[in-house]
Design a protein around this ligand. Structure first.
Ligand code: MGD
Ligand code: MGD
Ligand code: SF4
Ligand code: MO
Length: 731
């Protein structure tokens, strides 16, 4: 077990050591600083407040602009998600805006789809062509046959356009490939989703339990800052991970679990907590439903039996369970975010929700709080048409509990399905590199070849843009207005994105594209404003928010409301029974197991290792791995290999290998990292490297998604569990 390190050294590891001194801060600060100070500037420095989009956390940011160039980015001290700090990616966001590889003009395909051959086009040409194809699909097949894939805040006005056009088939990979199972699991148990930013009281917790969630590598700014606070406050920390993560270095207990067995551990913890009477009896008695069934259900999961499943010794299972009982109710079993691991993910996260209930930690200080909210209604426009056909991803039929459309489901529906109501004919893609984010990329490429029309809005020539018929070069977040971010949080707040500089090249903001397309699609009535500033003015005025002040401050916060049951929040649970549902009648009705039951996920065959993947502090998926500023810090990924495994294969640190998965698919070359910090039955890499697109400068490293040919579908909500692939070394 590693010794505990201090808050400062933790923040330093995570690259955020310098409170407020953003650009020079922490990991690689000097490199970022060097990259941004290439030219000496003399003009006045102007400060513009906005919020970051290098990931989806939306931290408040202050940009310093001199002679029309962004010279520095800092965290906004007034913004509750940044508290004056940005993570290393936010610090290096100018690397995106000033990336020489950026898409500079609209383009139209000249050769076969997927061959990455385009000619430059004018905006009029690109928009006329897109509108003509959209009209064609609507007339020939119906508007439902156009799917809109999106990720990120820039999509809001385009989403409005596509809803006005009449398609219900709107999806992001952040649901079925990320947090969908978590939202469904908590909704089934408490009648409420977790949402983002997560309602987790990390800074006040007495005990933090992380299953996978690799805070410190997963750099969601506020959570990393609060993790450091928790360390400072002496919170007990348990990290469960087959890999000794950055967070594991801070743990009192590190549990090197066999991948895919967390559900057994969770059930065993509940076994100990119930059998030793360590649960919050009053809370469970007053608010929960199905305790007796749960008690009976967990009897099979004794620590001795679960040891043989997870590899975690019974005394360690008992010691950590007892500590939870001792520290309750201020215990946070973190719900995770990227939870699509093995296909039974809703059940695993339900076990997290149930353990939380036993500890009385939902609605309690140090557990899950009730976030305050503020109402900022959207500007009213004409009502959207009602689609004639149901969502094409078939989820209404197969996954009635899914609360959002499944991106993977829309991809499936691009192939003709017998008796299907809707067969997708066109894709409108905004800010998502589907070839790298959906499982089984070969199937995604086949879907892309089948389509009648593909339009992609992006900022870089990514893999997905290579498949477009029309490419629309988006302005980066530092060059545009988007809709306001209305956030539920301890203190609810409203945050503004506004342009820091003018859009470079021929790039244009998405709200402008939406409005221009609306003109061509006869949908102008839905856009009764001339520009985004006018739209925002209308929206904010309706909500009584001073726009001029917001432009200056970047954020307006509203008073903190009671957050905990102990502060008087009424104990309301929005399930059908009005109670916390430990036993789930809704799952039983759907023919699903009303209680989470552990299932084996198979062991790797001889000579193969389970492929795991995650995040690096300085990158966000593949969207930053071409960023010249961030690449000065890390420009390729490595494959983590246990020392004994490396010895067996004769692999040396730094040597390059090719990985091959169970279906014979090979990766690019990737450097070996020989380490004791991972179990010997799995290997690990950071997701997002190994780009193949010709227009990008950085092709280094390997791409995990090409090896994810297999996935297990979550029977409850259709999420795609992707940690089920095995790889071996072939060179
Ligand atoms: N720097 C950075 N931060 C990010 C992002 C980014 O791209 N870059 N992306 C953001 C997004 S969208 C998301 S969803 C989150 C994702 O971040 P998390 O929700 O933290 O992601 P996970 O997939 O849970 O975490 C990967 C970790 O899980 C471990 N793991 C793999 N299999 C198992 C298992 O079976 N059991 C256990 N206990 N552990 C396992 C891996 O070893 C690795 O340490 O990060 C967010 N933050
Ligand atoms: N194999 C594998 N698959 C995964 C994951 C994994 O770890 N491994 N993680 C899963 C998770 S947690 C998530 S949330 C999803 C994320 O999946 P995606 O959202 O698809 O993430 P990226 O692959 O980074 O693709 C982002 C795309 O948006 C573009 N982009 C960036 N900024 C802008 C902008 O301002 N405007 C426009 N128009 N485009 C922009 C980028 O250039 C890039 O093409 O992937 C999921 N899929
Ligand atoms: S966590 Fe980092 S990349 Fe994400 S929004 Fe905040 S500063 Fe930007
Ligand atoms: Mo995600």
């Amino acid at each position: 077990m590693a010794s505990r390190i201090s808050r400062r050294s933790f923040l330093k590891l995570a690259g955020m050591a310098s409170a407020g001194v953003a650009v020079a801060g922490g990991l690689g600060g000097a490199a970022i600083k060097a990259a941004m100070k290439e030219t000496v500037r003399s003009g006045e420095v102007k400060e513009v407040a906005t919020f970051c989009e290098l990931c989806f956390w939306k931290c408040g940011m202050i940009a310093k602009v001199q002679d029309g160039k962004i010279v520095k980015l800092e965290g906004n001290k007034k913004h509750p998600l940044s508290n004056g700090k940005l993570c290393p990616r936010g610090n290096g966001a100018t690397g995106l805006t000033y990336d020489p590889d950026r898409l500079k003009t609209p383009m139209i395909r000249t050769k076969n789809r997927g061959q990455e051959m385009f000619r430059e086009a004018t905006w009029d040409e690109a928009l006329d062509y897109t509108a003509e194809k959209m009209t064609g699909i609507k007339e020939k097949y119906g508007p439902e046959c156009l799917a809109f894939f999106n990720h990120g805040y820039g999509a809001s006005q385009l989403k409005h356009l596509l809803q006005a056009y009449g398609t219900p088939n709107i999806a992001a990979p952040s649901y079925a490939q990320c947090r969908g199972p978590r939202e469904v699991a908590f909704d089934l148990t408490y009648g409420e989703e977790i949402g983002s930013p997560e309602r987790v009281d990390i800074k006040n917790t007495r005990m933090l339990v992380l299953l996978g969630s690799h805070l410190g590598e997963n750099m969601h700014n506020t959570q990393v800052q609060e993790f450091a606070d928790a360390i400072d406050n002496g919170a007990k920390i348990v990290v469960v991970d087959p890999r000794f993560s950055t967070a594991a270095g801070k743990a009192d207990w590190y549990l090197p679990i066999k991948a895919g067995t967390d559900l057994a551990l969770l059930l065993s913890w509940m076994n100990v907590i119930i059998n030793e009477g360590l649960y919050d009896k009053e809370y469970v008695h007053s608010y929960a439903f199905g305790f007796e069934q749960l008690k009976a259900h967990v009897q099979a999961y004794t620590p001795e039996r679960v040891w043989t499943i997870t590899g975690i010794k019974p005394e360690l299972i008992r010691a950590t369970a007892r500590e939870m009982g001792h520290q309750k109710p201020g215990v946070l079993i973190h719900p995770g975010r990227h939870v699509t691991w093995y296909g039974d993910d809703t059940q695993r996260v339900r076990a997290i929700a149930m353990l939380t209930a036993l500890l009385g930690a939902w609605g309690r200080k140090g557990g899950y709080f009730y976030p305050g909210s503020v109402d900022v209604p959207k500007v009213k426009t004409k009502t959207y048409p009602t689609p004639n056909r149901s969502r094409a991803d078939l989820m209404i039929k197969n996954y009635p509990l899914a609360s959002h459309v499944l991106a993977s489901g829309l991809c499936d529906a691009t192939f003709p399905i017998p008796n299907s109501q809707c067969h997708i004919r066109g894709w409108f893609v905004y800010g998502t590199n589907l070839v790298h984010s959906l499982p089984n990329p070969e199937q995604t490429r086949r879907a892309l070849s089948e389509l009648e029309f593909v339009v992609v809005s992006d900022v870089l020539p990514m893999e997905i843009t290579g498949w477009a018929d029309v490419i629309l070069p988006d302005a980066t977040f530092l060059e545009r207005h988007d809709d306001v971010h209305v956030a539920s949080w301890r203190e609810p707040f409203v945050s503004l994105r506004q342009p820091v500089i003018e859009p470079m090249y021929e790039s244009r903001p998405p709200w402008w594209v939406a409005k221009e397309l609306a003109k061509r699609l006869d949908l102008e009535e839905y856009f009764p404003w001339n520009n985004m500033e006018e739209y925002l003015g209308m929206r904010l005025e309706n909500a009584g928010i001073n726009f001029e002040q917001l432009k200056k401050d970047g954020v307006v916060t509203f008073p903190r409301q009671p957050m905990y049951l102990e502060e008087g929040v009424p104990p309301a649970f929005y399930t059908p029974s009005g109670k916390i549902e430990l036993y789930s009648p809704r799952l039983a009705e759907q023919g699903q197991d009303p209680m989470p039951t552990f299932q084996h996920h198979g062991d790797p065959p001889e000579g193969y290792y389970r492929l795991l993947f995650g995040r690096a502090p300085v990158h966000t998926f593949g969207r930053t791995t071409n960023n010249p500023v961030l690449n000065r810090i890390m420009d390729e990924n490595e494959i983590w290999v246990n020392r004994h495994v490396a010895d067996k294969w004769g692999l040396k640190n730094g040597q390059k290998v090719i990985l091959q998965n169970q279906d014979g698919v090979k990766s690019n070359q990737i450097k070996v990292k020989v380490t004791e910090r991972i179990r010997n039955d799995c290997v690990y890499m950071v997701h997002g490297f190994g780009h193949k697109s010709r227009g990008l400068s950085n092709h280094k490293g390997a791409d995990d998604s090409s090896l994810v040919t297999k996935y297990n579908t979550d029977p409850i909500m259709g999420g795609t569990g992707m940690n089920v692939n095995f790889v071996t070394f072939i060179a």
